[in-house]
Write a protein that binds this ligand. Structure first.
Ligand code: FES
Length: 138
């Protein structure tokens, strides 16, 4: 059914992705798109005491994109914002026990969307501290 070169862990995350769904009360949102294939990921985070207390995602993408997104949320949950922003696409690939060479780019979606979510959180917080208080997620 799937490409034989996917690891068992990748297939398992694809079949039963963790932390899927919208998060209407998220503190921040980060997105990422892969121009080469048109796949798209959005990651939502809630932050408590500088840590990611809750995280979810919505993705429109391939098997590797779904699995990468799922494992990204597992890697990030409970981490400080600094630790989460430091998660790389290589970390994501390693957590999936590898991806086929032609699917390595899919892991960039997760790392990029997570970094964007953390940056969005910082921007929002800065805005609130300056009295802006914008709730926009653009
Ligand atoms: Fe587009 Fe995987 S082929 S992210």
């Amino acid at each position: 059914m799937y490409c034989a070169s996917f690891s068992d862990k990748t297939i398992e995350h694809f079949m039963q992705p963790r932390n899927v769904g919208d998060m209407p009360d998220a503190d921040a949102v980060g997105s990422s798109g892969e121009p080469g294939c048109g796949d798209f990921l959005a990651i939502f985070i809630k932050v408590s005491d500088n840590r990611i207390s809750d995280i979810s995602f919505l993705v429109d993408g391939c098997v590797a994109a779904v699995a990468s997104s799922s494992v990204t949320t597992e890697l990030a949950k409970g981490k400080t914002l600094e630790e989460a922003a430091a998660i790389t696409d290589q970390d994501i690939v390693a957590a999936l026990d590898g991806l086929p060479e032609h699917k390595l780019h899919c892991s960039v979606l997760g790392a990029t969307a997570l970094k964007n979510a953390v940056e969005h959180y910082y921007r929002r917080r800065q805005g609130n501290n300056q009295g802006g208080g914008s709730r926009s997620t653009a």
